[in-house]
Structures are given as C-alpha cells and as structure tokens.
Design a protein around this ligand. Structure first.
Ligand code: PBE
Length: 306
C-alpha cells in the first residue's frame, strides 16, 4: 500500500508526518503549525528520498540485487547510488541524526544495527534471498602448499555475535588489527578449536584477499591474527568484490573469508567455482536487503513505489 507524506515546517524545525492510507490518526497528528508556514514539501516517500537508494561499492553482490529490486518492484525512477560501506554509513548517520528519510543497501552482521534503530524493508518478491552464509574460499593447491593454514581456514567457524564484537570496537575507534588481536586474546577457547592439532610454520607468507566491508574487515583481520599465531606472515589485500574472487581463482591470493552464498555472490560463484576450493560456512545466518531507520513508516520495498 502506498503512503503519503506531508511536511509541516514550524519555525526552524522540519517535522515529518507519515500518513498511512486509511489511518485515522493522520490528520490528528498534524496539529502543530504556525498557520503561515505550512508547506507541502514532498508528495511521497520517493520525493522525500530524492528517488535515491544509498548503495555501496559497485562490486558488492548487494548492489546487483538492489538493481534487480528496482526492476522487479517497478522503481525505475530511483537511482542506486554507488559509494562504499564507509560512505553509506556516514550518509545513514547524517540522515538518522536529522530524522530524515534514507534507504541503504544493508546487511548483517553489521555494527549499524547496534548503533541505530533500523529495519529491513520487507521483500515479498524475494529479490534479496533468504538467509546467507559467509564461506571461506581457498585457492586450488593451498591444501598441499600450506596444509597448516588450510586446516585453520577449514576449521574457522564463528557467529554473528563474535564478529559483532570486533566490528563495534572498530566502529568505536579501535584499529582493526588491534580489535582483532584483542578478540583473539579473549577467545582463546574458540581459537584453540581452529588450531587444534595444527603444526606451526616459520614465517611463510600467506595472502588474504578481502573487500573493505566492515564485516569483512573484522573477519579478515581476526583470521590473520590466528594465522600469525601459528607462524605465518599474513598479507591482507583489500580489493573490489569481483577481484577478490578472481584473485583466489587465479592463485594471486591464497584465500578469503568473505564469500556470501548462496545468493549475494552467486554470480561470482558461478564464474569461479571450478577454480577455487569452497571450505564451507564460517558464519551462518547473514542477511542482505534494503534497510531504513525504524522511524520511517514504510515497511516494504513495495512502499517505495509512488
Ligand atoms: N556485503 C557485505 C557484501 C558481502 C559482504 C553484503 C556488502 C556484498 O554485497 O557483496
């Protein structure tokens, strides 16, 4: 069902009243006006949003899904703006502080859900898929070349809460490396499970590809610390999503812990599945979608239609 919006400008304050079709409280809420300054600034949520969805880097699977959503839900007048995780969260922060409308490409695990009161827009057409897992992917031959690292990567499994602990620390200003090191220190029981029976090495270099998504900054830094603890020198190379898959497939990178499957990286998986080794999920129950502040009255992607 469509929603209509009415702005009431009262002095310097712009207050947004969202009116659901047929909801009786609508007009009653529009009481505080100065009489003269009432303006009809936006006719609907689309206008309020400037017909913009705030996205992230173009290589993210969620961007392809969001483009598809614009088509499936008939939102041809919307633009999906590409930027980065950092730029998206800064736009979200600014909108949130001013209680303005914003729609972002969102996912969890992500610290934004701890920091802001947010909600996923319902996706009745299922464009963004159901629950996702994050997989660890190794290059062909890694098992023979670096059996110790391979074993640890294969054993690596944690939860959204674990990852969240690191992400929130980074959000609050800690260097990723430091936040990861502290987590490893405080979670020796988990790390011991991943390294159980694994030998040590003597400074051999292993390279991990990743994308600067907050979730993957946390996981990649963390597993790097674990690999260092058994003697590896770890190189972490940030790159774009497609290049991350390609790097592991062509052997430039030894592994990555950032493969969102089965949906988000389906196209990459399709291209590279024969050239990589899928070590399975390192985290279960991840999710992607369109996310809005809870104060917005829309509930479904369908509500973005005019
Ligand atoms: N993400 C975070 C990525 C995977 C990790 C959901 C932004 C993507 O869309 O490809």
């Amino acid at each position: 069902m469509k929603k209509s919006l009415k702005y009431v400008v009262s002095g310097m304050a712009l207050t947004v009243f969202l009116a659901a079709c047929g909801a009786e409280e609508t007009q009653d809420e529009v009481t505080e006006t100065n009489g003269t300054e009432e303006t009809e600034a936006a006719a609907n949520v689309g206008e309020e949003l400037g017909y913009t969805i705030t996205g992230i880097d173009a290589g993210a699977g969620i961007m392809a899904a969001a483009e598809e959503a614009l088509e499936v839900y008939g939102l041809d007048n919307y633009t999906l703006q590409s930027s980065s995780d950092a730029a998206m969260t800064s736009a979200l922060n600014e909108a949130y502080e001013n209680e303005e409308a914003i729609v972002v490409t969102g996912w969890n695990p992500h610290w934004k859900f701890a920091k802001y009161d947010l909600k996923y827009l319902e996706d009745p057409e299922g464009v963004f898929g159901a629950a996702e897992d994050i997989h660890t992917i190794a290059r062909l031959g890694l098992e023979e070349d670096m059996p110790e690292a391979y074993q640890v990567l294969d054993n690596f499994y944690w939860t959204e809460e674990d990852m969240g602990e690191i992400m929130v620390e980074i959000y609050e200003g800690k260097e990723p490396e430091e936040a990861a090191a502290e987590w490893v220190e405080n979670n020796q029981d988990k790390v011991a499970e991943w390294t159980d029976g694994v030998g040590t090495v003597d400074g051999e270099t292993i390279s991990l590809a990743f994308v600067a998504w907050d979730s993957e900054i946390a996981s990649t830094n963390m597993i790097a610390k674990v690999l260092e603890s058994i003697g590896y020198t770890v190189e972490m190379n940030p790159m774009e999503g497609g290049f991350m898959w390609a790097a592991v497939a062509n052997g430039e990178a030894d592994a990555m812990v950032a493969a969102w499957l089965p949906g988000t990286h389906a196209a990459y998986y399709e291209d590279y599945q024969d050239d990589v080794v899928d070590l399975g999920a390192n985290l279960e129950g991840a999710k992607i979608g369109l996310v809005v502040p809870a104060y917005m009255e829309i509930d479904s992607i369908e509500d973005l239609q005019e």
